[in-house]
Ligand binder design. Sequence first.
Ligand code: 7TS
Length: 411
Amino acid sequence: MNTALHPLDVEKIRTEFPILQQEVHGKPLVYLDNAATSQKPIVVIDAIQDYYLKYNSNVHRGVHRLSQLASDAYEETRETIRQFLNASSLQEIIFTKGTTDGINLLAASIGRGMIKPGDEIIISAMEHHSNIVPWQMMCEDRGAKLRVIPINDDGEILFEAYEEMLNERTKLVSIVHTSNSLGTVNPLREIIDLAHSKNIPVLVDGAQAVPHTKVDVQALDCDFFVFSSHKVFGPTGVGVLYGKKEWLKKLPPYQGGGDMILHVTFEKTKFNELPYKFEAGTPNIADVIGLGVALQYVQKIGYDAISEWENDLIQYALHRLQEIEGMRFVGNAKHRAGAISFVLGDIHPHDVGTILDREGVAVRTGHHCTQPVMQRFKVPATTRASFAFYNTKEEIDQLMNALHKVIEMFA
Ligand code: 7TS
Protein backbone atom coordinates (compact mmCIF):
# COMPACT_ATOMS: atom_id res chain seq x y z
CA MET A 1 0.00 0.00 0.00
CA ASN A 2 1.29 3.44 -0.85
CA THR A 3 1.27 5.51 2.33
CA ALA A 4 3.13 8.59 1.07
CA LEU A 5 1.27 11.88 1.45
CA HIS A 6 1.98 12.68 -2.19
CA PRO A 7 2.30 9.36 -3.97
CA LEU A 8 4.59 9.47 -6.92
CA ASP A 9 2.78 9.77 -10.25
CA VAL A 10 5.28 7.88 -12.35
CA GLU A 11 3.26 8.02 -15.57
CA LYS A 12 3.14 11.80 -15.46
CA ILE A 13 6.78 12.03 -14.43
CA ARG A 14 7.85 9.91 -17.39
CA THR A 15 6.16 12.31 -19.81
CA GLU A 16 8.44 15.03 -18.42
CA PHE A 17 11.55 13.11 -19.55
CA PRO A 18 11.35 13.14 -23.38
CA ILE A 19 14.42 10.92 -23.78
CA LEU A 20 12.67 8.01 -22.06
CA GLN A 21 10.02 7.84 -24.78
CA GLN A 22 12.09 6.09 -27.39
CA GLU A 23 12.92 2.63 -28.63
CA VAL A 24 16.41 1.18 -28.74
CA HIS A 25 16.97 -1.71 -31.17
CA GLY A 26 13.19 -1.82 -31.66
CA LYS A 27 12.47 -2.26 -27.91
CA PRO A 28 11.23 0.34 -25.43
CA LEU A 29 14.25 1.94 -23.75
CA VAL A 30 14.74 0.78 -20.16
CA TYR A 31 17.27 3.18 -18.69
CA LEU A 32 18.97 1.56 -15.70
CA ASP A 33 22.27 3.43 -15.81
CA ASN A 34 21.24 6.28 -13.54
CA ALA A 35 24.30 6.01 -11.31
CA ALA A 36 26.47 6.93 -14.29
CA THR A 37 24.24 9.84 -15.21
CA SER A 38 20.53 10.50 -14.85
CA GLN A 39 18.13 11.83 -17.48
CA LYS A 40 16.96 15.45 -17.52
CA PRO A 41 13.38 16.68 -17.24
CA ILE A 42 12.19 19.09 -19.90
CA VAL A 43 12.13 22.01 -17.43
CA VAL A 44 15.91 21.72 -17.03
CA ILE A 45 16.50 21.60 -20.79
CA ASP A 46 14.20 24.62 -21.23
CA ALA A 47 16.00 26.62 -18.52
CA ILE A 48 19.37 26.12 -20.20
CA GLN A 49 17.95 27.04 -23.60
CA ASP A 50 16.27 30.11 -22.10
CA TYR A 51 19.56 31.38 -20.76
CA TYR A 52 21.25 31.15 -24.16
CA LEU A 53 18.24 32.47 -26.05
CA LYS A 54 17.41 35.39 -23.77
CA TYR A 55 20.11 36.53 -21.34
CA ASN A 56 23.48 34.88 -22.08
CA SER A 57 26.02 37.16 -20.43
CA ASN A 58 28.90 36.95 -17.98
CA VAL A 59 28.21 37.17 -14.24
CA HIS A 60 29.44 39.56 -11.53
CA ARG A 61 30.90 42.13 -13.90
CA GLY A 62 28.43 43.83 -16.18
CA VAL A 63 26.34 46.86 -15.31
CA HIS A 64 24.18 46.05 -18.30
CA ARG A 65 20.78 44.42 -18.17
CA LEU A 66 21.71 40.96 -19.48
CA SER A 67 24.63 40.59 -17.11
CA GLN A 68 22.41 41.56 -14.22
CA LEU A 69 19.84 38.93 -15.23
CA ALA A 70 22.54 36.27 -15.54
CA SER A 71 24.12 37.26 -12.20
CA ASP A 72 20.74 37.19 -10.47
CA ALA A 73 19.86 33.75 -11.86
CA TYR A 74 23.31 32.43 -10.93
CA GLU A 75 23.14 33.75 -7.36
CA GLU A 76 19.51 32.68 -6.91
CA THR A 77 20.67 29.16 -7.70
CA ARG A 78 23.19 29.41 -4.88
CA GLU A 79 20.26 30.14 -2.58
CA THR A 80 18.31 27.17 -4.03
CA ILE A 81 21.28 24.96 -3.21
CA ARG A 82 21.74 26.44 0.25
CA GLN A 83 18.14 25.52 1.01
CA PHE A 84 18.45 22.13 -0.70
CA LEU A 85 21.36 21.15 1.57
CA ASN A 86 20.12 23.19 4.53
CA ALA A 87 23.45 24.99 4.75
CA SER A 88 23.50 27.93 7.14
CA SER A 89 25.09 30.44 4.77
CA LEU A 90 25.45 31.23 1.07
CA GLN A 91 29.18 31.58 1.71
CA GLU A 92 29.30 27.82 2.21
CA ILE A 93 28.12 26.96 -1.32
CA ILE A 94 30.86 26.76 -3.98
CA PHE A 95 30.09 25.90 -7.61
CA THR A 96 32.45 23.35 -9.13
CA LYS A 97 32.57 21.22 -12.27
CA GLY A 98 31.33 18.19 -10.32
CA THR A 99 32.16 15.75 -7.55
CA THR A 100 35.62 14.98 -8.94
CA ASP A 101 36.41 18.68 -9.22
CA GLY A 102 35.17 19.35 -5.66
CA ILE A 103 37.37 16.61 -4.19
CA ASN A 104 40.38 17.77 -6.19
CA LEU A 105 39.78 21.32 -5.00
CA LEU A 106 39.79 20.17 -1.40
CA ALA A 107 42.75 17.82 -1.79
CA ALA A 108 44.82 20.64 -3.28
CA SER A 109 43.69 23.22 -0.75
CA ILE A 110 43.90 21.02 2.34
CA GLY A 111 47.22 19.61 1.12
CA ARG A 112 48.76 23.05 0.72
CA GLY A 113 47.07 24.52 3.77
CA MET A 114 47.36 21.92 6.48
CA ILE A 115 49.21 18.70 5.63
CA LYS A 116 52.69 17.91 6.94
CA PRO A 117 54.83 14.80 6.44
CA GLY A 118 53.50 11.94 8.55
CA ASP A 119 49.90 13.20 8.58
CA GLU A 120 47.14 10.76 7.65
CA ILE A 121 43.99 10.87 5.52
CA ILE A 122 41.33 8.19 5.95
CA ILE A 123 39.09 6.91 3.17
CA SER A 124 37.15 3.65 2.82
CA ALA A 125 37.56 0.56 0.66
CA MET A 126 34.39 1.38 -1.30
CA GLU A 127 35.41 4.79 -2.66
CA HIS A 128 35.05 5.86 -6.27
CA HIS A 129 38.45 6.55 -7.88
CA SER A 130 37.71 10.26 -7.55
CA ASN A 131 37.82 9.91 -3.75
CA ILE A 132 41.04 7.86 -3.87
CA VAL A 133 43.38 9.27 -6.48
CA PRO A 134 43.32 12.99 -5.47
CA TRP A 135 44.23 11.99 -1.89
CA GLN A 136 46.90 9.59 -3.10
CA MET A 137 48.44 12.35 -5.22
CA MET A 138 48.27 14.84 -2.37
CA CYS A 139 49.73 12.37 0.15
CA GLU A 140 52.62 11.62 -2.19
CA ASP A 141 53.23 15.33 -2.59
CA ARG A 142 53.18 16.13 1.11
CA GLY A 143 54.74 12.93 2.52
CA ALA A 144 51.42 11.99 4.13
CA LYS A 145 49.80 8.56 4.42
CA LEU A 146 46.50 7.31 2.98
CA ARG A 147 44.67 4.82 5.21
CA VAL A 148 41.73 2.70 4.11
CA ILE A 149 38.81 1.46 6.24
CA PRO A 150 38.16 -2.17 5.27
CA ILE A 151 34.69 -3.52 4.39
CA ASN A 152 32.96 -6.85 5.13
CA ASP A 153 31.60 -9.39 2.64
CA ASP A 154 28.28 -7.55 2.48
CA GLY A 155 30.05 -4.33 1.51
CA GLU A 156 29.70 -2.49 4.83
CA ILE A 157 32.51 -0.63 6.55
CA LEU A 158 34.15 -2.25 9.58
CA PHE A 159 33.46 0.32 12.23
CA GLU A 160 35.94 -0.98 14.80
CA ALA A 161 38.76 -0.87 12.28
CA TYR A 162 37.78 2.73 11.54
CA GLU A 163 37.78 3.60 15.23
CA GLU A 164 41.27 2.16 15.65
CA MET A 165 42.56 4.12 12.67
CA LEU A 166 41.74 7.56 14.07
CA ASN A 167 44.66 9.18 15.84
CA GLU A 168 46.39 12.52 16.39
CA ARG A 169 47.97 12.33 12.90
CA THR A 170 44.57 12.00 11.15
CA LYS A 171 43.78 15.24 9.33
CA LEU A 172 40.64 14.27 7.41
CA VAL A 173 38.15 11.46 6.90
CA SER A 174 36.76 11.38 3.35
CA ILE A 175 33.94 8.92 2.86
CA VAL A 176 31.24 8.06 0.37
CA HIS A 177 27.62 8.50 1.44
CA THR A 178 26.19 5.88 -0.95
CA SER A 179 28.45 3.52 -2.89
CA ASN A 180 28.05 3.56 -6.67
CA SER A 181 29.16 -0.05 -7.14
CA LEU A 182 27.74 -1.76 -4.03
CA GLY A 183 24.71 0.39 -3.25
CA THR A 184 25.77 0.60 0.41
CA VAL A 185 24.51 3.58 2.41
CA ASN A 186 27.10 4.38 5.08
CA PRO A 187 26.24 5.21 8.73
CA LEU A 188 27.42 8.79 8.29
CA ARG A 189 26.26 10.22 11.60
CA GLU A 190 28.26 7.63 13.54
CA ILE A 191 31.29 8.06 11.28
CA ILE A 192 31.18 11.85 11.62
CA ASP A 193 30.52 11.88 15.37
CA LEU A 194 33.48 9.63 16.02
CA ALA A 195 35.81 11.77 13.89
CA HIS A 196 34.54 14.95 15.56
CA SER A 197 35.16 13.49 19.02
CA LYS A 198 38.81 13.69 17.99
CA ASN A 199 38.46 17.07 16.22
CA ILE A 200 38.91 15.55 12.78
CA PRO A 201 36.89 17.03 9.88
CA VAL A 202 34.86 14.84 7.52
CA LEU A 203 34.22 15.19 3.79
CA VAL A 204 31.22 13.32 2.38
CA ASP A 205 31.11 12.24 -1.27
CA GLY A 206 27.39 12.65 -1.88
CA ALA A 207 27.37 11.92 -5.63
CA GLN A 208 25.10 8.89 -5.30
CA ALA A 209 23.14 10.17 -2.32
CA VAL A 210 21.43 13.31 -3.59
CA PRO A 211 19.43 11.56 -6.33
CA HIS A 212 17.78 9.34 -3.72
CA THR A 213 17.86 10.89 -0.26
CA LYS A 214 17.25 14.20 1.44
CA VAL A 215 20.58 15.55 2.65
CA ASP A 216 20.79 18.03 5.53
CA VAL A 217 24.40 19.08 6.03
CA GLN A 218 23.65 20.64 9.42
CA ALA A 219 21.91 17.51 10.71
CA LEU A 220 24.78 15.38 9.39
CA ASP A 221 27.27 17.90 10.76
CA CYS A 222 29.73 17.03 7.96
CA ASP A 223 32.46 19.61 7.35
CA PHE A 224 32.42 19.24 3.56
CA PHE A 225 29.94 17.70 1.12
CA VAL A 226 30.30 17.31 -2.65
CA PHE A 227 27.93 16.25 -5.41
CA SER A 228 27.48 16.39 -9.20
CA SER A 229 24.55 18.02 -10.97
CA HIS A 230 24.33 15.40 -13.71
CA LYS A 231 23.48 12.58 -11.30
CA VAL A 232 20.60 14.53 -9.80
CA PHE A 233 18.73 15.28 -13.05
CA GLY A 234 20.72 18.42 -13.85
CA PRO A 235 23.21 19.08 -16.66
CA THR A 236 26.80 17.81 -16.86
CA GLY A 237 29.81 20.00 -16.11
CA VAL A 238 28.64 21.48 -12.83
CA GLY A 239 28.55 20.46 -9.19
CA VAL A 240 28.64 21.76 -5.66
CA LEU A 241 31.11 21.84 -2.81
CA TYR A 242 29.58 22.65 0.55
CA GLY A 243 32.04 23.54 3.28
CA LYS A 244 31.58 24.91 6.78
CA LYS A 245 32.46 28.58 6.75
CA GLU A 246 35.12 28.26 9.42
CA TRP A 247 36.97 25.68 7.30
CA LEU A 248 36.61 27.49 3.98
CA LYS A 249 37.89 30.71 5.57
CA LYS A 250 41.02 28.95 6.79
CA LEU A 251 41.81 27.06 3.59
CA PRO A 252 43.86 28.63 0.77
CA PRO A 253 42.27 29.05 -2.69
CA TYR A 254 42.60 26.29 -5.26
CA GLN A 255 42.84 28.12 -8.57
CA GLY A 256 43.81 31.72 -9.16
CA GLY A 257 42.21 34.05 -11.70
CA GLY A 258 39.28 36.36 -12.26
CA ASP A 259 36.48 36.64 -9.70
CA MET A 260 38.47 35.07 -6.84
CA ILE A 261 40.36 38.32 -6.09
CA LEU A 262 39.67 41.65 -4.37
CA HIS A 263 42.87 43.38 -5.38
CA VAL A 264 45.86 42.41 -7.49
CA THR A 265 49.32 43.93 -7.79
CA PHE A 266 52.45 42.21 -9.09
CA GLU A 267 53.67 41.98 -5.51
CA LYS A 268 50.59 40.55 -3.84
CA THR A 269 46.96 39.54 -4.34
CA LYS A 270 44.17 39.97 -1.83
CA PHE A 271 41.69 37.16 -2.25
CA ASN A 272 37.94 37.61 -2.52
CA GLU A 273 35.42 36.78 0.20
CA LEU A 274 33.67 33.42 0.35
CA PRO A 275 32.34 31.79 -1.73
CA TYR A 276 34.11 33.63 -4.60
CA LYS A 277 37.57 32.83 -3.22
CA PHE A 278 37.03 29.32 -4.60
CA GLU A 279 35.37 30.26 -7.91
CA ALA A 280 38.12 31.44 -10.26
CA GLY A 281 37.21 32.29 -13.83
CA THR A 282 33.92 32.44 -15.73
CA PRO A 283 31.71 29.73 -14.28
CA ASN A 284 29.39 27.34 -16.10
CA ILE A 285 26.50 29.79 -15.83
CA ALA A 286 23.87 28.05 -17.95
CA ASP A 287 24.36 24.70 -16.26
CA VAL A 288 24.41 26.19 -12.76
CA ILE A 289 20.99 27.63 -13.58
CA GLY A 290 19.92 24.23 -14.96
CA LEU A 291 21.04 22.54 -11.74
CA GLY A 292 18.90 24.91 -9.69
CA VAL A 293 15.84 24.01 -11.76
CA ALA A 294 16.63 20.29 -11.43
CA LEU A 295 16.82 20.51 -7.63
CA GLN A 296 13.52 22.38 -7.49
CA TYR A 297 11.99 19.70 -9.69
CA VAL A 298 13.22 16.91 -7.38
CA GLN A 299 11.99 18.75 -4.31
CA LYS A 300 8.58 19.18 -5.89
CA ILE A 301 8.29 15.42 -6.31
CA GLY A 302 9.56 15.10 -2.74
CA TYR A 303 12.19 12.83 -1.22
CA ASP A 304 9.62 10.92 0.85
CA ALA A 305 7.79 9.84 -2.28
CA ILE A 306 11.08 9.17 -4.10
CA SER A 307 12.50 7.00 -1.30
CA GLU A 308 9.32 5.03 -0.95
CA TRP A 309 9.06 4.39 -4.69
CA GLU A 310 12.71 3.49 -5.12
CA ASN A 311 12.88 1.23 -2.05
CA ASP A 312 9.94 -0.66 -3.46
CA LEU A 313 11.66 -0.94 -6.84
CA ILE A 314 14.92 -2.17 -5.33
CA GLN A 315 13.18 -4.76 -3.16
CA TYR A 316 11.24 -5.97 -6.19
CA ALA A 317 14.40 -6.10 -8.33
CA LEU A 318 16.37 -8.00 -5.66
CA HIS A 319 13.50 -10.44 -5.27
CA ARG A 320 13.16 -11.04 -9.02
CA LEU A 321 16.90 -11.27 -9.68
CA GLN A 322 17.22 -13.95 -7.02
CA GLU A 323 15.07 -16.20 -9.21
CA ILE A 324 17.98 -16.51 -11.61
CA GLU A 325 20.30 -19.44 -11.11
CA GLY A 326 23.93 -18.45 -10.72
CA MET A 327 23.03 -14.92 -9.58
CA ARG A 328 25.63 -13.46 -7.22
CA PHE A 329 25.07 -10.01 -5.77
CA VAL A 330 28.15 -7.91 -5.12
CA GLY A 331 27.06 -5.79 -2.16
CA ASN A 332 24.37 -6.92 0.30
CA ALA A 333 24.33 -4.06 2.77
CA LYS A 334 21.37 -3.72 5.11
CA HIS A 335 21.05 -0.04 4.20
CA ARG A 336 21.20 0.40 0.48
CA ALA A 337 20.08 2.73 -2.29
CA GLY A 338 20.41 3.32 -5.99
CA ALA A 339 22.30 0.42 -7.47
CA ILE A 340 22.35 -3.37 -7.62
CA SER A 341 25.62 -4.97 -8.78
CA PHE A 342 25.75 -8.59 -9.78
CA VAL A 343 27.65 -11.34 -11.52
CA LEU A 344 25.81 -13.99 -13.51
CA GLY A 345 27.60 -17.35 -13.25
CA ASP A 346 30.75 -17.19 -15.32
CA ILE A 347 29.26 -15.00 -18.04
CA HIS A 348 31.37 -11.90 -18.46
CA PRO A 349 29.48 -8.71 -17.50
CA HIS A 350 30.41 -7.11 -20.84
CA ASP A 351 28.56 -9.92 -22.64
CA VAL A 352 25.60 -9.46 -20.30
CA GLY A 353 25.54 -5.71 -20.96
CA THR A 354 25.80 -6.14 -24.73
CA ILE A 355 22.88 -8.58 -24.89
CA LEU A 356 20.80 -6.43 -22.53
CA ASP A 357 21.39 -3.48 -24.85
CA ARG A 358 19.95 -5.49 -27.77
CA GLU A 359 16.83 -5.85 -25.62
CA GLY A 360 16.62 -2.10 -24.99
CA VAL A 361 18.00 -2.30 -21.46
CA ALA A 362 20.82 0.13 -20.58
CA VAL A 363 23.04 -0.96 -17.67
CA ARG A 364 26.67 -0.30 -16.88
CA THR A 365 29.21 -3.10 -16.85
CA GLY A 366 32.81 -2.90 -15.71
CA HIS A 367 34.57 -1.80 -12.55
CA HIS A 368 32.46 1.37 -12.14
CA CYS A 369 35.58 3.41 -11.29
CA THR A 370 35.94 1.37 -8.11
CA GLN A 371 38.70 -1.08 -8.99
CA PRO A 372 39.59 -1.71 -5.32
CA VAL A 373 35.98 -2.89 -4.77
CA MET A 374 36.40 -5.39 -7.62
CA GLN A 375 39.68 -6.56 -6.05
CA ARG A 376 38.00 -6.90 -2.64
CA PHE A 377 35.24 -9.11 -4.07
CA LYS A 378 37.59 -10.92 -6.48
CA VAL A 379 35.58 -10.14 -9.59
CA PRO A 380 36.92 -8.46 -12.73
CA ALA A 381 33.71 -6.52 -13.24
CA THR A 382 30.02 -6.51 -12.43
CA THR A 383 26.77 -5.73 -14.18
CA ARG A 384 25.06 -2.83 -12.47
CA ALA A 385 21.41 -1.82 -12.67
CA SER A 386 20.89 1.59 -11.10
CA PHE A 387 17.54 3.20 -10.52
CA ALA A 388 15.80 6.55 -10.50
CA PHE A 389 12.28 7.58 -9.53
CA TYR A 390 11.11 7.34 -13.15
CA ASN A 391 11.83 3.60 -13.32
CA THR A 392 9.02 1.07 -12.97
CA LYS A 393 8.44 -2.56 -12.02
CA GLU A 394 7.50 -3.24 -15.65
CA GLU A 395 11.00 -2.15 -16.61
CA ILE A 396 12.46 -4.57 -14.09
CA ASP A 397 10.36 -7.28 -15.73
CA GLN A 398 11.87 -6.28 -19.09
CA LEU A 399 15.33 -6.54 -17.49
CA MET A 400 14.41 -10.04 -16.25
CA ASN A 401 13.24 -11.14 -19.70
CA ALA A 402 16.47 -9.82 -21.18
CA LEU A 403 18.56 -11.66 -18.57
CA HIS A 404 16.75 -14.89 -19.44
CA LYS A 405 17.81 -14.31 -23.07
CA VAL A 406 21.41 -13.94 -21.87
CA ILE A 407 21.19 -17.23 -20.03
CA GLU A 408 19.62 -19.02 -23.03
CA MET A 409 22.43 -17.78 -25.25
CA PHE A 410 25.12 -18.99 -22.90
CA ALA A 411 23.44 -22.27 -21.90
N1 7TS B 1 31.74 9.63 -6.37
C1 7TS B 1 30.83 8.68 -6.61
C2 7TS B 1 30.27 7.89 -5.47
C3 7TS B 1 30.42 8.43 -7.92
O1 7TS B 1 29.50 7.48 -8.14
C4 7TS B 1 30.96 9.19 -8.97
C5 7TS B 1 30.59 8.92 -10.40
C6 7TS B 1 31.89 10.19 -8.66
C7 7TS B 1 32.24 10.37 -7.35
C8 7TS B 1 32.45 11.09 -9.70
O2 7TS B 1 31.47 11.94 -10.18
P1 7TS B 1 31.75 12.93 -11.41
O3 7TS B 1 30.43 13.51 -11.72
O4 7TS B 1 32.74 13.93 -10.96
O5 7TS B 1 32.29 12.06 -12.51
N2 7TS B 1 30.14 7.61 -10.66
C9 7TS B 1 29.93 7.06 -11.86
C10 7TS B 1 29.40 5.78 -12.01
O6 7TS B 1 29.06 5.07 -11.08
N3 7TS B 1 29.31 5.49 -13.33
O7 7TS B 1 29.78 6.54 -14.02
C11 7TS B 1 30.17 7.52 -13.13
